[in-house]
Design a binder for this molecule. Structure first.
Ligand code: G
Ligand code: G
Ligand code: MN
Length: 414
């Protein structure tokens, strides 16, 4: 993508005039390898006969023969590995639904644009694409690890904890950090959790992983507290951690040994699939709460992280999923869900955390809407423990100056 001229872009639209206009627009952005088609079938036939796929398709959703949704389904069947930009005159919610659907087919959607498309908006989508392909390359991970390699990594100290700060919105005070596990792979560099958490769950390694992460977190946070004020630490748990009835006792003994207060450990629980054994999961969660650990419902509003969970489990913190926070000020659907989640937390008398506070506008939004705690790239990215104190000092300066100084840009790179 760095060489814009070489990217093969295909414009698919049943309207001839739109084809001409969009072709011109892309040419103005420096693109030289552009093809056009007015029928989806034509594109699929071309892909089948030449075995070649465009790098990017600008896809009109409303087409009389095969519509955009059907076309995406067919692309999914052909394991299309390029990207899509959705174009339509339909409203935002429809575009988002289709964007989601494409994700289910493992097709990357760079964004969506309403007709007539604005050259500026198109350029900004393309720029973000080029940046993200560049950063993917530099992280250099390769998918498909096996359980043995992961077991070695867990036992051999290859897992490292990264810490993402959480701050009180009203005062800017740092209240804690969430631990996000990383695998420092000897060959592939830093590997992210989406590459190994599922594997750990499937190969019965998730308990070992959780204990290593928690053990390291207790050591790191105790060290940090020597130089800073009291801080909570939040550890992510998988539902698969909650089937062994002795789990709360193991956690309690680790925390006690570290001289850590139970109420300073937050356990963030996400449920990506339906609970297998609801009775023992509830037993474990209830006992964790009895021992005064904080229980946080993570990614609230997504998957099975639902109202029923909130009713059944004694959670005392709710984390609104980032998809309802980032840019919520500009999206009426997200805004409605964010506001309702905040109301639920308030009615239940539990803390509310907004995740995904990615830029200054998101920060202003959570401040205006009185959310208690915020977390996101605008405040700080996940970082190794050695970086935390430096980040903290910088954050205090940024906050004190109301983010007017140049340090603002720095938050994107730490
Ligand atoms: O770290 P990233 O920034 O990519 O996190 C991706 C997801 O991985 C998050 O949703 C988080 O809940 C999950 N995750 C990160 N660390 C851990 C961990 O130690 N245990 C479990 N179960 N999930 C984790
Ligand atoms: O456990 P949970 O699903 O909440 O994990 C948080 C995930 O969100 C991690 O992968 C973390 O790196 C990511 N994240 C944290 N802050 C931001 C943000 O401001 N923007 C985006 N896009 N992702 C974020
Ligand atoms: Mn989390």
């Amino acid at each position: 993508m760095n060489d814009v001229k070489k990217i093969h872009v295909l414009i698919l639209d049943d309207d001839q005039f739109t084809l001409v206009v969009h072709q011109k627009l892309l040419a103005n952005l420096g693109m030289q390898n552009i093809s056009v088609a007015d029928k989806a079938q034509q594109v699929l036939a071309m892909m089948d006969s030449s075995q070649a796929q465009p790098d990017l398709i600008l896809l009109d959703l409303n087409m009389p023969d095969m519509d955009g949704v059907e076309f995406i389904r067919n692309l999914g069947g052909r394991e299309y590995s390029g990207a899509l930009i959705l174009i339509s005159g339909e409203g935002e919610r429809m575009l988002q639904t289709v964007e989601n659907l494409a994700g289910k087919h493992r097709i990357r959607v760079l964004g969506h644009l309403e007709k007539p498309i604005s050259p500026l908006a198109l350029r900004s989508i393309l720029e973000t694409w080029s940046q993200s392909t560049a950063s993917k390359k530099s992280s250099g991970y390769s998918a498909g690890y096996d359980a043995e390699a992961l077991r070695e990594a867990i036992n051999g100290g290859q897992l490292v904890n990264y810490y993402q700060p959480k701050v009180a919105v009203a005062t800017g005070k740092v209240v804690g950090a969430e631990v996000l596990a990383r695998w420092r792979h000897p060959k592939d560099g830093l590997v992210f959790p989406d590459q190994f958490i599922n594997l750990a769950e499937e190969s019965d390694l998730i308990d070992e992983l959780a204990f290593v992460v928690l053990g390291q977190a207790l050591v790191d946070i105790c060290k940090l507290r020597e130089s800073q004020q009291r801080m909570r630490v939040a550890v992510n748990l998988s539902m698969d951690n909650l089937h062994s009835l002795s789990f709360p006792d193991v956690v309690a003994s680790m925390v006690k040994k570290a001289g850590f207060a139970a109420e300073d450990l937050v356990l963030e629980i996400t449920e990506s699939r339906l609970m297998q054994n609801y009775r023992s999961t509830l037993d474990i969660l209830a006992r964790l709460r009895l021992k005064h650990f904080m229980l946080s419902i993570d990614d609230f509003g997504m998957g099975h992280s639902s109202m029923a969970q909130l009713r059944d489990v004694p959670f005392n913190q709710l984390k609104v999923d980032q998809s309802f926070v980032h840019k919520a000020y500009a999206n009426p659907t997200s805004l409605a869900i964010y506001t309702a989640s905040k109301t639920i937390a308030r009615e239940l008398g539990i803390e509310c955390v907004a995740e995904g506070v990615e830029d200054r506008k998101d920060w202003e939004f959570v401040r205006k809407t009185d959310c208690e705690i915020a977390q996101g790239y605008f405040i700080g990215r996940p970082m190794p423990v050695e970086k935390f104190s430096e980040w903290h000092a910088e954050w205090e300066k940024r906050y004190a100056s109301n983010f007017e100084d140049k340090l603002l840009e720095k938050s994107d790179t730490c």
